[in-house]
Design a protein around this ligand. Structure first.
Ligand code: ZN
Ligand code: ZN
Length: 216
């Protein structure tokens, strides 16, 4: 039988102080950082618990911002990108200052308007190693970069790959006016040799790449 510690009881919900916003396990929340110059921390609520004096504690699973990760922010990371980490904590519920929504990558790209409280997550992050799951992602365009949802891309009607206007020598304004687009490979007569490439996202994996050696 499951036992709870004496004097503690699980809560179904918690109302954020000074608001009528209700937080339940599974919700994503913004938490006040000790350094008020920093943006709020983002976490997923795992459990809510009250002690015998009715102090509410919240067990959270942290989301990391790209700049908080070992590899740092990279060009393909979106402004609203977060990584679901394996780092858990217990915090006072008083530090919760608001709720937010962490979308899947696919749903985020379909949002008509991205509000201040909309984020997205496409990677899980291991805080001790800096490793990501999935470890590799598809790349697009001539520059062979993973998709950053903040950057406009245009799709080639030939190969169906996506391209950055700047990599194709266009301005964003040019690209928005286009009704049809063929990339330079598809508009030339050459048979385009395209491969489905992937991009390593975990710094540890990149470091492990060794020069190829012939087997004897
Ligand atoms: Zn590009
Ligand atoms: Zn093409």
């Amino acid at each position: 039988m499951a036992k709870t510690k004496p004097g503690k009881k699980d809560l179904d919900s918690y109302t954020i102080k000074g608001t009528n916003k209700i937080v339940r396990p599974g919700d994503c929340v913004l938490m006040r950082p000790s350094d008020t110059d920093k943006p709020p921390y983002v976490a997923r609520v795992e459990k809510l618990e009250a002690d015998h004096r009715n102090n509410v504690k919240v067990r959270v699973r942290w989301y990391y911002r790209p700049e908080e990760s070992i590899g740092g922010r990279r060009q393909f990371h979106g402004a609203k990108e977060l990584f679901l980490s394996d780092h858990y904590d217990v915090q006072s519920a008083h530090t919760i200052e608001g709720k937010c929504t962490v979308h899947s990558f696919k749903n985020y790209t379909k949002l008509e308007n991205v509000g201040a409280e909309d984020y997205f997550c496409r990677f899980e992050y291991k805080a001790s190693t800096g490793g990501f799951t999935p470890d590799r992602v598809a790349v697009y365009c001539k520059c062979e970069m993973p998709y950053n949802p903040d950057d406009l891309m245009v799709q080639c009607e030939g190969c169906k790959d996506w391209f950055h206007p700047s990599c194709m020598g266009m301005t964003i304004e040019d690209a928005k006016k286009l009704e049809h687009f063929l990339c330079s490979d598809c508009s030339s007569d050459d048979d385009a040799k395209r491969s489905l490439n992937t991009f390593p996202v975990s710094p540890s994996v990149e470091a492990k790449v060794e020069p190829k050696r012939r087997k004897r």
